[in-house]
Design a protein around this ligand. Structure first.
Ligand SMILES: *[C@@H]1O[C@H](CO)[C@@H](O)[C@H](O)[C@H]1NC(C)=O
Ligand SMILES: *[C@@H]1O[C@H](CO)[C@@H](O)[C@H](O)[C@H]1NC(C)=O
Length: 219
């Protein structure tokens, strides 16, 4: 093979090995997603289940808009659930049911439902918290929903104990705002040897005037 072809081959490999995406609670139209795609953002993760127990219909609409942009080359469209823990909140299983039903009823297709495990109204009993997560995951499985976990070392440590590995069989969306679109500096915890997605920057002004976004990367 000639050297020029080799250079292009190497370039192609390096381009396809860097996949950028965003998550945001801001509203994004289908043309907004098409613009994001043109700017190199391939995937989107929308909030659906809110920490107050409500459903974010804006997030569902975003997921539908993102799906409409898939034809323009956007890649994966996922959803996340930020569970509710105050006294009036539904059970772990019921929160998953509410979130998944809202997506299904709206006809909003999604790949993975990410369960957001970060310090926010969780109780101090780690065994109870572990069971809450196991219940959410079990409910996803019984509904045929692909599930993953969003967290990081500090949050995991506080909520369930740093090396509780009860859900390490599921992909990890690792929140660590070190500004680097890579998995360098990942310190294993929770039974995960490596993440599947890195959320590497939070709340930055997004491309395409879509409001503030979190930046994400996967290999
Ligand atoms: C928990 O994770 C969030 C990122 O989603 C981060 O902003 C927060 O600082 C983390 N909490 C701790 C105690 O590290
Ligand atoms: C947690 O697991 C990691 C990786 O296996 C290990 O390096 C670390 O020492 C463990 N931490 C505790 C507190 O057991």
């Amino acid at each position: 093979m000639n050297p020029i072809a080799l250079v292009f081959l190497a370039l192609g490999v390096s381009l396809s090995s860097a996949t950028l995406g965003i998550d945001t609670i801001a509203g994004i139209s289908t043309s907004g997603f098409q613009c994001l795609k043109s700017n190199g953002y391939w995937f989107y993760i929308g909030r659906v289940g809110q920490s107050n127990g409500g459903i974010d219909n804006g997030g569902i609409q975003n997921i539908k808009n993102a799906n409409a942009a898939v034809i323009a080359g956007l890649g994966a469209v996922d959803a996340y659930l930020f569970p509710c823990h105050s006294s009036g909140c539904a059970s772990a299983k019921q929160q998953v049911i509410n979130t998944v039903n809202a997506l299904h009823n709206a006809g909003a297709k999604f790949g993975t439902l990410w369960l957001d495990v970060e310090i926010y109204n969780w109780g101090s009993n780690m065994a109870t918290n572990q069971q809450f997560i196991l219940d959410m995951v079990a409910q996803c499985k019984s509904m045929g929903v692909t599930v993953g976990i969003y967290t990081n070392n500090n949050n995991w440590s506080n909520i369930v104990g740093i090396n509780w590995s009860g859900v390490s069989a599921y992909p990890l969306w690792w929140a660590n705002y070190n500004g680097q679109a890579n998995f360098n500096n990942f310190v294993p915890f929770g039974g995960w040897g490596k993440p599947s997605i890195h959320q590497y920057q939070g709340d930055v002004k997004g491309a395409c005037s879509v409001g503030n976004v979190d930046m994400n990367w996967y290999p």
